[in-house]
Design a protein around this ligand. Sequence first.
Ligand SMILES: *Cc1c(COP(=O)(O)O)cnc(C)c1O
Length: 228
Amino acid sequence: MDDLADRLAAVDARIADAARAAGRDPSAITRIVVTKFHPAEMAAHLYRLGVRDLGENRQQELTAKSAELGGLEGLRWHFIGQAQTKKARAIRAAASVVHSVDRERLADALEQAAGTGADVLDVLLQVNLTDDPDRGGVTPDALERLAEHVAGCRTLRVRGIMAVAPLDEHPAAAFARLAGYAQRLRTVVPDADWISAGMTADFAEAIAAGATHLRIGSAITGSRPVRN
Ligand SMILES: *Cc1c(COP(=O)(O)O)cnc(C)c1O
């Protein structure tokens, strides 16, 4: 696992290069390391290397790893996967940020899962950049309506927008559309200026298109073990 430090440093150098090439400040970009399918020990190792933002796409794995790592100072878990409403309480209990709010019912479930005196939960609205409804995300034409709804949830704070690039399109083209949706979101929630985009294969394009939060897995963790 000593390679982990090397891969992390190499990715961070590539992020800094891409940011400078785009005329952006690298320190304004949050690099989330996606640890899905890998053991909690790897997440703990990343923490020791200075990583403070970790991402998971399944509630059970999020819950298990956040429990195993305990309340490490400054550690934030980002939930980035498709979420069932019945998992909202568990997600809310473990995550600092939910990137994948894509329908009113999910927002309502997260809102209802807030205990008394709960902190406000940072959320992003996931938009679908494909024509395939199974990929998750609100369809772009319903974005403003969803934003109005979520903005009305007292314990949720809309921070921005999230998307996954389609497999069959150049990521730069897809992320250019996403930047337009981000602007539309800000007509409803003016300070929602986060853009969560960019994975191992396309983070440089995402940075060029204005991404503020990158979700990077395998370039840092190595290839994922087969899930059983
Ligand atoms: C797995 C995953 C990532 C990271 O993918 P890599 O290609 O390994 O970097 C990013 N975003 C989401 C939503 C994911 O599920």
